[in-house]
Write a protein that binds this ligand. Structure first.
Ligand code: SF4
Length: 164
């Protein structure tokens, strides 16, 4: 989905599918409708409710790797990558762009942990967002407010949409 990030670059990395104790809040949010589609194909995956938002996240309890001190997303096949295909959560489709709420505004930020995108010139990122991606991200946030995370200090803000 992102034109500035190739499948090969993602395949060699997968940092966005692995979480330490401090960034486990970054796990993808799954809407009720998407949960149904994932369950139909992958009955082995388990979910937990995300508070009373009506959305879910993956149950990561059994994915803690004691040696590496990391959680691995249960949808990650360590050899082949994400097993979800088109049913990947929206969060993952647009990562490392993040949709966050800051005060009354929605902001699109970027995760510094992505070794490829974080090194791109600012104008390249903005051009990608302005070519329709930002509208898609803001639109998804309006449709599914549960996917919006509170703004996290240290995430550079690339675009802001004030509440109308
Ligand atoms: S759902 Fe897929 S892309 Fe998203 S974190 Fe899990 S393995 Fe990675």
């Amino acid at each position: 989905m992102l034109k500035n990030l190739t499948k090969d670059e993602c395949a060699q990395c997968r940092l966005c599918c692995i979480f330490d104790k401090y960034d486990v809040w970054e796990t993808p949010v799954i809407t009720d409708e998407l949960k149904g589609r994932i369950e139909a194909e992958h009955s082995e995956l388990r979910f937990v409710s995300k508070g009373d938002s009506g959305a879910y996240i993956f149950n990561m309890e059994d994915t803690w790797d004691e040696k590496e001190e990391l959680y691995f997303c249960p949808a990650l096949d360590r050899q082949k990558g994400c097993i979800l295909g088109e049913n990947k959560p929206f969060d993952c489709k647009v990562w490392p762009y993040r949709i966050m709420r800051l005060g009354g505004a929605l902001v699109i930020s970027i995760a510094s942990i992505c070794p490829v995108m974080y090194k791109k010139p600012l104008d390249t990122l903005i051009e990608e967002l302005e070519s329709g991606l930002a509208d898609r991200i803001f639109g998804e946030a309006e449709k599914h407010p549960q996917i919006v995370k509170p703004y996290e200090q240290g995430y550079p803000i690339l675009m802001v949409r004030e509440k109308e």
